[in-house]
Design a protein around this ligand. Structure first.
Ligand SMILES: Cc1cc2nc3c(=O)[nH]c(=O)nc-3n(C[C@H](O)[C@H](O)[C@H](O)COP(=O)(O)OP(=O)(O)OC[C@H]3O[C@@H](n4cnc5c(N)ncnc54)[C@H](O)[C@@H]3O)c2cc1C
Length: 531
């Protein structure tokens, strides 16, 4: 059975992009992309920099493809290979230019009946106009304006607005994609098997007999319950991104709950319960980092995944100077943001600066490109304060509260290099990941264009994340372990409440849910056979 604290199921996973990173998977092979156990391990060992035990990486590489086969065979989940979505460090030994990241196929939410309404909604940044849903592959197609993008846009809009009967019922799109398309088919498969899911049932503590975990104490709508587990307890309660106290204690400083894009229900409950029975924590200072923007009036921050590397923008510190390759993987950007943050030259917050050409062509945070949403169509509350706009860079710098001379000098240097398509200092646009989110119509470097056309714009950006990744240390069977290495019988932990098998890195799109599903599969399998 599944016990869920909130009145909605799906957690951060339902809000997410729903991609899973499974190296050496069958779908990539069917699409003609080669991979092997050895290449996958080479890559993982390289990107985790020797900080994760080989045994854990080997388990992941072996069990990931097996988990996928099981899910495809036994549940309604269908996945598609993202053939051009490269590993985040594709140039590293064993890296691949695509195929290891998979995304959920569209799923008709109506198949869930009334249970559809109880699934957690996608994050705002995953929807068009806060309503329409599309796959990551479709979104990339539109953003890059590949041939056929107008037809695709029309198709998505028409599908949504002509769905008259559903429109009378809810504004939620029933053609699910991304995280909702991952969760909905799994929920349907649970329903068909009569696997109970109890909403509004928060687990408070673990029940032990001797050293063994034998059940949980929970609160259901104010009522205390004791539930005995015949086979085992799997903690799968997400990270601690929405717990201010834990953030202050464990994450690098400064940090705020407002900067996360993650789930409000991720309050570190499993961390507390697991440590109360002797579990050890690891990787608590790490998260699935990415620079975020806090949009007034929105419940969660948005991550600047795509917009930060598009040509015509830069990210600068308080002195108006660049300090990072903006187009590099989003986790990198925040790791550098923290590493370079000093009292003399703060990088928290940082400032994303762009010009009118960028604004006209590309979406940014909550804004459509100005070609579709001119400035006068931006809601007043965002025009006054959130988005800074000025006719000169100096004036923009003053509005942002950063050094004007520094910004002007930085932009002059940046523009000179852009014309040659070079970024000698930070090498933006040289890596495959950089170029994936670049604009291939911009030559010679799809990530570089001068910031030259007034008016100029700026927004603040913070060291945010998609969720935290530190948690209970587990062995290769996902069993929670103590400081002395002993296991706690009957107790498993998976996902963001467990110490991530990815350690300090983010290997590719789906690098968080891929391991969560794989170790969940291992835990359940072990509990059923051995429990
Ligand atoms: C916008 C966005 C896009 C993302 N895109 C991707 C992506 O494409 N691929 C990827 O791999 N990752 C992505 N991520 C990150 C990913 O969503 C998370 O890392 C992942 O979903 C965490 O999964 P989990 O199972 O650990 O937690 P969750 O999915 O959050 O599940 C935990 C559940 O436990 C419940 N819970 C908490 N406490 C208790 C308690 N005491 N009792 C009972 N229930 C409790 C919560 O309500 C929640 O439903 C994205 C995140 C965001 C925000």
């Amino acid at each position: 059975m599944v016990l869920e604290k909130s009145d909605q199921y799906g957690g951060n996973s339902a809000m997410s992009g729903g991609s899973i990173w499974i190296p050496n998977n069958s779908l990539m092979k069917a699409a003609g992309v080669t991979d092997s156990r050895a290449e996958s391990l080479t890559y993982l060992k390289h990107v985790t920099r020797g900080m994760v035990a080989d045994e854990m990486l080997e388990t992941y590489v072996d069990a990931g493809p097996e988990m996928l086969e099981y899910m495809l065979a036994k549940t309604h989940l269908r996945m598609e290979c993202m053939l051009t979505y490269m590993d985040y460090y594709a140039e590293a030994p064993g890296g691949k230019p695509g195929g290891r990241s998979l995304e959920a196929s569209h799923f008709d939410g109506a198949r869930l009946g009334e249970e559809f309404e109880r699934m957690r909604e996608p994050a705002l940044q995953e929807l068009v106009s806060g309503r329409m849903s599309m796959t990551a592959t479709e979104a990339h197609h539109l953003l890059a304006r590949h041939p056929g993008w107008v037809k695709l846009t029309t198709k998505i809009m028409t599908r949504y607005w002509l769905d008259f009967r559903w429109r009378m019922r809810t504004k939620r799109d029933r053609t699910l994609s991304l995280g909702n398309a991952l969760i909905a088919p799994l929920r349907l498969s649970m329903m068909e098997r009569d696997i109970p899911l109890w909403l509004e049932t928060g687990v408070d503590s673990l029940i032990t007999e001797g050293d063994t975990v034998v059940g949980v104490e929970a609160t259901q709508c104010g009522r205390k319950l004791g539930i005995r587990a015949r086979k085992g307890v799997v903690l799968a309660a997400g990270g601690f991104e929405s717990n201010a106290e834990m953030r202050a204690k464990y994450l690098p400083s400064p940090t705020k709950v407002e900067w996360t894009t993650g789930s409000p229900a991720s309050t570190g409950d499993a961390h507390r319960m697991g440590t109360a029975v002797g579990g050890e924590l690891d990787w608590m200072h790490e998260a699935w980092w990415g620079p975020t923007t806090v949009v007034p009036g929105e419940e969660r921050a948005r991550m600047l995944v795509i917009e930060k590397g598009l040509p015509g923008c830069i990210i600068v510190n308080k002195r108006g100077e660049r300090y990072v390759n903006e187009a590099s993987p989003y986790a990198n950007v925040v790791q550098v943001m923290y590493a370079k943050n000093t009292p003399g030259v703060p990088t928290v917050p940082s400032y994303m600066v762009f010009d009118a050409t960028y604004r006209k062509k590309y979406p940014c945070g909550p804004f459509f490109p100005a070609s579709q949403q001119p400035d006068f169509m931006i809601p007043k509350q965002l025009r006054d304060g959130y988005l800074k706009k000025a006719d000169t860079l100096g004036e923009l710098a003053r509005k942002l509260g950063i050094d004007a001379a520094g910004l002007e000098a930085q932009v002059r240097r940046f523009n000179e290099n852009c014309r040659a398509g070079k970024d000698p200092e930070f090498h933006r646009g040289e890596g495959g990941f950089d170029r994936y989110y670049g604009d291939d119509k911009v030559k010679p470097n799809p990530c570089l264009a001068p910031i030259a056309q007034p008016p100029f714009y700026g927004i603040e950006t913070y060291p945010g994340e998609l969720g935290t990744k530190g948690g209970l240390k587990t062995d290769k069977l996902a069993r929670v372990i103590k400081k002395n290495g002993d296991i706690i019988p009957g107790l498993y932990a998976i996902g963001n409440c467990s110490a991530s098998v990815m350690g300090p890195t983010y290997p590719g799109a789906g690098g968080t849910i891929g391991p969560a599903m794989t170790f969940a599969y291992i835990a359940a399998h072990h509990a059923v056979i051995e429990g």
